[in-house]
Design a protein around this ligand. Structure first.
Ligand code: ADP
Ligand code: MG
Length: 220
């Protein structure tokens, strides 16, 4: 019998054994494209779990040992500045990976959901999971997306990180080379269209956008 390890917004994750987990989309889906991207970035040295099988809604991958970044921030084993620095570094490393046959030389692989719940802090370093939204595009869009997600946390009533998210956002802005402002509107559109973003979060997107604008203007 496989044990349910964790449930995200989109998927359930089961422990198959000590080494492997099964991630299954609850509403179906096709993991082929995200598995191909994970393999590609892994071949280029970016930290993702090793993939063993990908078919239909099921992804069998390496079982990672460690808390999510969110968990580590929550129990105080990681402080906000360090967390933001890690995220900025992951974004920068991902955007160094060249895309084969891209028509625009600035095109990169984007994760588009790179936030503290999608990073697992293993002993060997942070590892990025949950590649469903990944695609190719301008790096600034990825930075805008992460910044917008963090800013929404700052303005969402009752969120446990209300008082810390702004420091996280400011640190993220001070560490990133890419000014997210040109892609901020596009990021808002994507979050609005994303069925995994709650109505409450969607209602606070514009407030979040304003916060990102202020933080980015202070930096760039
Ligand atoms: N390879 C893995 N090893 C260990 N735990 C994992 C792994 N992948 C995901 N998880 C756990 O499952 C949770 C949900 O996975 P995720 O891929 O983010 O799904 P969702 O799209 O539903 O957010 C993660 O927050 C993490 O706790
Ligand atoms: Mg997730």
């Amino acid at each position: 019998m496989t044990a349910l390890l964790a449930s995200g917004r989109d998927a359930d994750v089961y422990a198959l054994d000590d080494r492997r987990v099964l991630r299954r989309y609850r509403r179906g889906g096709d993991v082929t494209a995200e598995a191909a991207i994970m393999r590609y970035v892994s071949d280029h040295g970016f930290p993702v779990p090793r993939i063993y099988a990908a078919e239909g809604a099921d992804l069998v991958m390496e079982r990672l040992d460690g808390p999510t970044m969110m968990g580590a921030l929550g129990d105080g084993t990681l402080d906000m500045r360090s967390g933001a620095t890690v995220l900025a570094d992951l974004l920068e490393r991902l955007h160094k990976v060249r895309v084969r046959a891209a028509t625009d030389p600035g095109t990169r692989i984007l994760h588009l959901d790179l936030h503290p719940e999608n990073v697992i802090m293993t002993e060997g370093g942070p590892v990025v999971i949950d590649w469903r939204n990944s695609c190719e595009g301008p790096p600034e869009l990825d930075v805008a997306m992460t910044a917008l997600i963090i800013a929404t946390v700052a303005v969402l009533p009752g969120h446990q990180f209300n008082n810390h998210a702004e420091l996280f956002l400011d640190t993220l802005m001070s560490c990133t080379r890419d000014n997210p402002l040109s892609q901020l509107e596009a990021a808002v559109h994507r979050r609005t269209a994303d069925p995994n973003v709650t109505a409450d979060e969607k209602a606070h997107l514009l407030e979040g956008k304003l916060l990102v604008t202020t933080a980015a203007r202070a930096r760039f």
